[in-house]
Structure formats: C-alpha cells, structure tokens
Design a protein. Sequence first.
Lengths: 207, 346
Amino acid sequence: MARPVVEKKYSFTERIYLYEIVKGLGLTWKHFVKNFTASLKRGPHTVPTCWQYPEDRREISPIFRGEHLLLLDEQGREKCVGCGMCARACPAKCITVKRGKVAEGEESRYAGKTYCEEFQIDLLRCIFCGFCEEACPKGAIALGKGYELARYTPGECQLTKEKMLANYRREKELGILKPPRKPVPVAGAAKEAAAKAKGADEGKAKD
Amino acid sequence: MNDWVIALIKVVFIWTWTLIIATIMTWVERRGSAMIQDRLGPNRAGPFGLFQPLADGIKLFTKEDIIPEKAHKILFNLGPILFALPAFSAYAVVPFGDKIVIGGKEILLQVADVNVGFLYIVAVGSMAVYGIVVGGWGSNNKYSILGGLRSTAQLISYEVPWGIVLLTTVMVYGTFSLREISLAQQGTFLGFLPNWGIFKQPLGFILFIVTAYAEANRVPFDLPEAESEIVAGYHTEYGSMRLGLYLFGEYVNMYTLAALMVTLFFGAWHLPYVDMSKFLSPFAYGIASFLVFFAKVAFFLWLFVWVRWTVPRFRYDQVMGLGWKALIPLALANLFITALVVQLTV
C-alpha cells in the first residue's frame, strides 16, 4: 500500500530560508572550529575522524589474520616438520611444502626429525582464512599482523620461507605476536577425562 | 614616473594579486570544506598543504589537451577564454585601497576610476555567460548544453534583481563611480552606526549577496554544473588547462563580487569610527587602506566557501521561482522605498 503523501507545513522562518541558512552556517562553523583547533594540535591523529595513514595506524584486532609467519620454538628452532597438513587444509591451494630430512649436525636448527625444505605461499591466491594455522599439528604457521601486501611484481607476492621467518622475527621484536593457541583436546582423551571426572563425582556421591 | 608607467604597474599588480588570491582560494576551498565535513583535506604538499594549488596547476598544465571529435573546434576553444577574460577585466574599476603617496605623487589604488564604473561591471560581468553557453554548445554534449541553457536562464533572471540593487545604491550615493561611493561611506550614520552601505540598504545587501552567489555560479545556485544531475554541466567535456580556466575564472569572479560587496555595503577601506588618514603617514595610509579592504574581502571570500558547504543545491524550478517571485519584487519594492526616501530627504 502506498503511503499517503503528507505535505509538510513550513513555518514563516523556514519559508524565507534566510534564518534557517544562518542556523546551518552556525552548525558548519561549529564543526569547522572543532576540527581546525584539533588539526593545530601537535602529534598524530588529532582530528578524530581522520587517520593520517602512514603516521597514524588503526589498532587492529589481536586475532587479525594477515601475512603469514613461520614460528620458531623457545630454543630458536623451526617448529615446522614439513608434513603438508596446511597445504591439504588450504581451500585456495596456495601453499607448497616440500619435506626434507634433517641432516646430521643440523638438529639445533629444527625442532622435529624432518623439516620443510621449501615452503611457499602464493599471496595472490591466499584468502587469509586461517585454516593452515588451525590444521598445523605443531603450531608452526600463524597469520600475523601484516596488512600492507601491495607489491610491484607477481614474483614478490610469493611468500618464501625466509620472508615468513623474517616476518616472525619482526613481529616478535614488536611484541605483537598473538598468544599460542590452546591445544585442542583430542576426542578420545577428552572422553576419558570426562568419564574420570564423572567416576570421581559418583564416588563422592557414594561416600 | 609618468602616468602610463603607473597605470601599467597597477594593472600588473592587480592582475597578479587576483591570480594569487584565486590560487589560494582553491586551497581554502578544499581545506575549509574538509574541516567543515570533519576531514583534513590536502595537507601533504608543503606546510599545511599550501603548495597544493601549485601541484594542481602542474597537473592541469601537463595533462593531455583533448578536443572531442564531434565538438565545434572554434567554439570549444573560445569558451574558456570568453569565460575567463571578463572575469579578469571586471576588476579594473573596483578600487583596492584609497590612495598612496610615493615620491610626492598621489596614486589612486584603483586601475581606472571610470565615472561609469557600475555600467562597466554590469556589462563585463554579463559577458561571462557567453563563455558558459559557447563552451556548452561547442562541446556537442547533451549535459554541456543543458548546463549552458541553465546558466543562461539563471543569469538572465538574476541579472534583473542584481541590476536593480545596483541602481538603488546609485540612487543612495548619487554617483556611478565606485571610488566616490567608497569615499561617501566615511564617518557615521544616524550618529552611532558606521556610515556603511549595509546600514542604509539592509534589504539591498541581502538581495545583492543572494544574486551575487547566483552570478558566480556558486552553491546553492550552481545549476549550470550541478554534478548530481548533469555530470559537470558546461565543462563536462573540458580537461587540462581549459578546465583550469573555467575553474579559475569562477574564483576570480568570486573575488570581484566580494570586492564589490565590500565597496558598496561594507565601507570599502574605512574602519568603523576611526579615520586612518588622520594619524598615519600618506604612504602607510595607502598600505593600511589596502589591508583593511582586503581583510573585508577575505571575509566575504570565506563566506562564499562557508555557504557552499552548508547549503544544498536548490532545484531548478526553485531557483527560478526564487528569482522571479521573491527577489525581483523585493528589489523593486526596495527601489521604490529608496526613491521615496531620497526624494523626501534631499
């Protein structure tokens, strides 16, 4: 049903415009003064609605999913064992992993018995879903906070192992790494634990 | 120095000065609008973004100069020139200060003190519409020609109340010379008000400022280039420095109109209640009068920007209705009342 048109009754001051225009000028003047005084202040981000991008940066979510990191453990060894679970989980099929055996005398560099010889992520294909991070059994890959992903050539968009390690080191230095994920309880173990708790409860009830 | 050299210096000075003001106004417009809309505006080029107009100029000059294939070549080239030329030449009769004494020679701060200054301004100011119409027609584009048509209708309707208001001020001061009108505004009116035109012609001032906005094609009367309806109106097909001339001409027009407003209604170079020539040396007085005049003009230039970012555009029929049904009757009533008062008091 069509809404009936209601003709608005304008008052005299509204019909001669001028008074209303002066009121409007007052409103814009208030905004002008507010922003003008704010822009004169020193320091970044003084005008609340404007982010002066390269200097001011917005705070991003602690669980932001940006450019990938390849994590190291406490002893500075690579966590990745090159199993390729991330590549399998990836819906965009942008990850290539090549597994390699850790050679004699190189154990201090790698946490596992195997490692990834090659680890490549095609950022042009990546959709930043974070499934690789979830799939990784070792917690070796994570999505970091980097969001400036513009590059000059397609080749530069291939994220190599070195770049990902560098990303990790940079974010660690800046202290913006997200806390390690809590281990997801394995289904069987969880059941057992639940049964144990139940049994204990029942025992208590018997007493 | 003979008179020719002095005249030449004055012409060059006011030419460059107008250009500088128009350039700075583009910056003021962009930053002012940004501040009003809770943004910051261009602040990267130079301190406070002051070199932005320079960057814009370089951009406009280095862009490819395109003439559309189906456009009328001659008219297309003529349009911007016809628009900018009257804008620049209209300022010739508007004073920009009282007089300055250099080397014992008295120099009037006005390019030409023509005793028909008013008629010159009306005649030259109306020429600007040719630039818009010719450009719009020559572009061979439906939006351009719509813009041209609108500007013709608008400028013709608003020229009438504008002319009547000018006539009213002529009646009040009894002269066509803008310099004599400025000089007549010294002292006080009714004993306590500054002897400015606005206190003698309050309605005249309101009518003048409204019609001036329409004459300058500024919001709320920027129908010839209403971007939400007809893309960019008459300059849709223009690019590079041809477009630059159109945009620049608009600011020069604004400057002339603001100077005219100050000359007619805001006491030109006179400060209220203070006669500067009494205690300043002739040379300092010349500079002070120029600065006072310019400060007033600057306020009206800012008002142009301020109103633009406050008031939305009127619909086409509303503009025509306002012009014919409100402004012309009011201007005529103002004319008759003024005539009556002048007749009874003189």
